[in-house]
Design a protein around this ligand. Structure first.
Ligand code: ASP
Length: 424
């Protein structure tokens, strides 16, 4: 069986078992020993342990992979590096797609009006978060100590250090040859570690999803049906219209093939709800299935996992409109522009870990004077939606990597066209 099929099977089995456990635990007359076995032994014992080990192992590979791969990628671009131009195009494309994402979200939410007639009773107190200043964000990108940056997993600092090292490696020429070879061989080893982990992933994903679906409250989904529907609709719209449109009309590639190729990364993103934890898989997928050169993938993807979150921006757009409608507050055109601006910045500042997008939403709400407690209205369904929006976040990063690879001519069309399901 191919890996994608095994992952899908793991997901499905986890989903079904989780829902069954959820239903069983909801039965009040369930015998206590059975309840304990399900709750304590299986879900919080076995499945939670396996799931947490799986996520930890994915995260374990992020720093070594990004460091080794990006140094190698920058060095192989040569000493008169095109990295500067590529970085400019990448950031521009990330920003543009994010702005389109929020605009789509706001327009759709104004048409569907998911928040009208909401019962506000459930909006209890919710503490928002303070946004760091732009100046601080920029200063924080520059590491004072590469070891600390790696120990803390600070992605932007690791990127800056790796770029500098790769550039220096290219400039020293022959004398850097041995270091370059060391990085080449280390890259092969780390990539193999990712592959080993991906092969074990179906079990990890099964455990994660069983626990998640056991604990998920389905009542909330029904109550917030219109919100969930609007959000899912915009996510799908963005994926199919914007991503597939750019792939087809600008890159001249087959969008169906793009969706097939990106599938493993999206499935991991769905299961972990973390673009950071998915990063090793995204890099492998984009290089080996999409045909994008390592020099592009190793830079564009770690940056994307940190600053590009279209799915999160869509959630913030829909949620802002939803909360405004629920409180009966009319947003002006300027407010909408403000939402686009702050949600773009908020999605840049959102870390690629579960649930952070919702916390950053409070920043957007404050900006346009909406009550931050509104977040409490949607918290109940956020975990499931987080999984979906993270898949879109990762698809967006992969699309931009493919786009940049194609226009920079660092792309292998044969790999893109001929990817089979067995290839990861
Ligand atoms: N979970 C998302 C991600 O990792 C971030 C968020 O929207 O909460 O991409």
């Amino acid at each position: 069986m191919t890996l994608t099929k095994r992952i899908l099977l793991g997901m499905l089995a986890g989903l079904v078992l989780g829902v069954i456990f959820n239903i069983l635990l909801g039965i009040e007359t369930l015998p206590e020993p059975l309840r304990m076995t399900i709750e304590d032994v299986l879900v919080m014992g076995l499945f939670d342990t396996v799931g947490q080990i799986f996520i930890a192992s994915l995260k374990l590979l992020v720093v070594p992979l990004v460091f080794v791969s990006l140094v190698l990628g920058t060095a192989s671009l040569g000493s008169n590096s095109r990295m500067g131009v590529m970085a400019g195009k990448t950031v521009a494309l990330y920003m543009v797609t994010t702005c389109i994402a929020i605009t789509l979200a706001l327009v759709t939410a104004s048409i569907i009006k998911p928040g009208v007639g909401m019962d506000l009773a459930s909006a209890s107190s919710f503490m928002g978060s303070e946004a760091p200043s732009l100046k601080q964000v920029i200063i924080n990108m520059f590491p004072t100590n590469p070891v600390t940056a790696m120990a803390e997993g600070n992605m932007l600092q690791i990127i800056v250090f790796s770029l500098l090292m790769g550039l220096a490696l290219a400039q020293v020429g022959d004398r850097g040859q041995r270091t370059f070879e060391w990085f080449e061989s280390a890259d092969a080893v780390v990539m193999r570690m990712v592959l080993i982990l991906m092969n074990l992933a179906p079990y990890g994903i099964f455990a994660l999803l069983t626990k998640l679906f056991t604990q998920l409250g389905y009542g909330a989904i029904a109550d917030l049906g219109k919100y969930v529907f609007t959000l899912v609709f915009v996510l799908v719209l963005h994926l199919t219209l914007v991503y597939c449109g750019l792939i087809k009309f600008i890159c001249g590639l087959n969008p169906i093939k793009f969706l097939q190729n990106v599938r493993p990364a999206m499935l991991f993103a769905f299961s972990t709800a973390s673009s950071s934890a998915t990063l090793p898989v995204t890099i492998r997928t984009v290089e080996n299935r999409m045909g994008v050169d390592n020099s592009v993938a190793s830079f564009v993807l770690p940056l994307g996992a940190t600053i590009n979150m279209d799915g999160t921006a869509i959630m913030q757009g829909v949620a802002t409109a939803f909360i405004a409608q629920a409180y009966g507050i009319d947003l002006s055109f300027t407010d909408y522009l403000m939402v686009i601006l702050t949600a773009t910045l908020a999605s840049v500042g959102t870390a690629g870990v579960p649930g952070v997008g919702l916390i950053m939403l409070s920043m957007v709400l404050t900006q346009v004077g909406l009550p931050v407690e509104g977040v409490a209205l949607i918290i109940g369904v956020d975990r499931l939606l987080d999984m979906l929006r993270t898949s879109v976040n990762v698809a967006g990063d992969s699309m931009v990597a493919t786009f940049i690879g194609k226009i920079e001519d660092l792309f292998d069309r044969d790999i893109f066209e001929e990817t089979s399901d067995t290839q990861v």
